[in-house]
Design a protein around this ligand. Sequence first.
Ligand code: NI
Length: 256
Amino acid sequence: MTVKTTKAIRLDLQTWTEVEEYLKHCKGIILPLGSTEQHGPTGAIGTDALTAEAVALEVGCRTGVLVAPTQAFGMAEHHLAFPGTMSLQPATLLALLHDLVLSLAGHGFEKIFVVNGHGGNIATAKAAFMQAYSTAETRKLPIASRFQCKIANWFMASEVFSFARELYGDREGQHATPSEIALTLHLEPILRTKQRPLPEAAPVGPIHGPHDFRSRYADGRMGSDPFLAQSEHGELLLEKAVFALSKDLTNFLQQS
Ligand code: NI
């Protein structure tokens, strides 16, 4: 499966009059959320943004729901000891998501479906939604009573999770996982040259500060073996993620 992007579902390619027209028949929108952070010795810095965007665009194509531009920066403080990582502090990400979802709510978007590619964003995104609900009421937005945001983590969808276990077993790990790397290999053929022979398993443990992280996880992997990643796996994982999240989104749009 290749990701088809059509003008019809990309917010950045619409005119404001087209958005106004869209809102007459659909109140939902997808916001892809990633991170720009180290992904182990073979993974691209943009892994979480590339994967979230690909899943979001394909879910948009299948459901006809608009897709906002990707928010490529997330909460990656613990990866800052690795070159190339660009992080938003939790308070910054909270404020950013709060402002973005309220911008949309102000136009009449009632259901914001955030397709997320990074575990480190989850707590902050949920906090931002709570804050946004309060602000919507304080501002007396016409849709305040119907305003709902949902975070959908493609890598945690049960179909994806169980398939990743089937492919990689315990070597799926927690960070720089073969499943997310496989998806980037499918999306960006230029990355396929970076694969190397199988190393020993990466360590597992807690997450604290950036330098503590680097001293525990020297090459950036957590419990994972991204060397197992293959682009063919990525194609299948993308299909499973899109299937699961399209179903989630449809249910979300229908729920009161
Ligand atoms: Ni990741």
